[in-house]
Design a protein around this ligand. Structure first.
Ligand code: NIG
Ligand code: FE
Length: 414
């Protein structure tokens, strides 16, 4: 089956030579084509060009995109979108002034989700998560990473990961699963964290690996959660099973998490509110993608990661939603684009690179997604009529995606 989109006002984020990521000053460049066509064959991008050079303007299916732009679908490389229940009551506590750490100490936060996770059935968990996937598809997301981490017992962690596996089978979205057994310390291990890390490494991880339930491994390496030593133990154990790290680091303090991630060649280190010169130095010349999560910093009123400083130092930056019930109850990547510009002073081009090719790198899929390039998966969206691509971050708060195409098939027409 072939599919032609013609009269595209602007085809955004094209690549003639595929690259795995963009760094530093390259982040402010994106390639576009005006008055363009895009041909999709068997779910993959076959070719594209300018309308004046089009050879055959017929196909099994033809869409006219006059006045509209076509982008590669967003890649959201960090979410926790499988969860048992929302947590808006804690949100009120937060408004009243309690900090994230105080809420966690009182048994709220991640532990609150973990308690509910014990009770919910696998079916209910799946049904609620698939709705969230459908929601983010409407906002233009075509690939998403989903973490476990609200289980905190072997049985519940496996339950979450099985749900993610079912989502992979049921959804047109490209999905990667990350095992996050070390997301929080269960209350019964509060005074014996090492014993819980033992369970993560010796009991959970072998089962996760045996059932092939995870693509990556994560640790929340931060003040009040897991130490550098715990993190290194878990990352090392993960590597023995072929699972690369994608870790939560430096959200609450200069935790050493960034350096630990780099040391174990993590695919990404995420959050990064506390990033100074030493952390930037460690990340330069590494293969680890620094990933900023604007939704969480915004929602928790945290300091913002120094995105400008990182890019100006030559680093690549990826952006993801962190969609989760506690610190970022939104998976809308269009909002992330706007936050990148407004809160982090990233140019629209930098924000587009950070939510497509660089976030695809942070998910280990930049060879197949993250740009409009021949041979890549045809996960793209068509916008409403918009004047410029800068309008995407500028006109914040509404859905500017009109049609989303995943694997060459129209999934939604908003
Ligand atoms: O990425 N920082 C740690 N973990 C999640 C929060 C999850 C939650 O509060 O439920 C995050 O923000
Ligand atoms: Fe997270």
């Amino acid at each position: 089956m072939d599919f032609l989109i013609k009269n595209i006002k602007k085809l955004v984020q094209i690549e003639y030579e595929a690259k795995e990521k963009v760094c530093g000053s390259q982040m402010s460049e994106i390639k576009t084509l005006d008055d363009a066509w895009l041909k999709i064959v068997d779910g993959k991008i076959d070719s594209f060009g300018k309308m004046k050079d089009i050879k055959a303007d017929h196909a099994d299916r033809v869409l006219d995109a006059s006045g509209k732009m076509v982008f590669p679908a967003f890649v959201d490389s960090h979410t926790h979108l499988v969860y048992p229940a929302s947590r808006e009551i804690e949100y009120i506590d937060k408004i009243k002034g309690l900090s994230y750490e105080e809420i966690a100490r009182r048994g709220g936060g991640i532990l609150n989700s973990a308690k509910k996770m014990q009770e919910i059935s696998e079916e209910e968990l799946f049904e609620s998560a698939i709705l969230r996937l459908e929601e983010i598809i409407c906002y233009g997301t075509g690939a998403v990473e989903i973490k476990s981490g609200y289980g905190l017992t072997t049985e519940s962690e496996l339950k979450m990961l099985r749900v993610i596996r079912k989502l992979k089978e049921a959804s047109p979205m490209t999905i990667k699963a990350t095992f996050l057994g070390a997301h929080s310390i269960p209350p019964e291990y509060r005074d014996n964290r090492a014993a819980y890390v033992d369970i993560v490494v010796n009991e959970m991880l072998p089962k996760v690996a045996e059932d092939g339930l995870a693509d990556y491994i994560d640790v929340f390496c931060d003040k009040g959660f897991f130490s550098v030593e715990d993190t290194e133990r878990i990352l090392e154990a993960g590597l023995k099973y072929g699972l690369r790290g994608k870790i939560h680091a430096n959200e609450l303090d200069y935790s050493g998490g960034i350096q630990a991630g780099v040391k174990y060649n993590a695919l990404s280190v995420d959050h990064l509110e506390y990033t100074g010169d030493a952390e930037i130095e460690a990340l330069l010349n590494s293969e680890t993608m620094p990933t900023i999560l604007p939704g969480a910093a915004f929602f928790l009123n945290m300091p913002y990661a120094p995105a400008r400083k990182m890019i100006d130092a030559g680093l690549p930056v990826a952006l993801a939603s962190d969609f989760n019930p506690g610190s970022s109850p939104s998976g809308n990547m269009q909002l992330i684009l706007s936050m990148a510009s407004i809160l982090y002073k990233m140019l629209p081009e930098e924000a587009i690179n950070a939510t497509t090719i660089n976030s695809a790198y942070a998910m280990g899929i930049s060879d197949i997604l993250g740009s409009i390039a021949t041979g890549k998966k045809a996960n793209v969206f068509i916008t409403q009529p918009i004047p410029t691509y800068e309008y995407m971050p500028y006109y914040y708060g509404t859905n500017k995606v009109e049609t989303i195409i995943l694997n060459g098939e129209i999934i939604t027409n908003n």
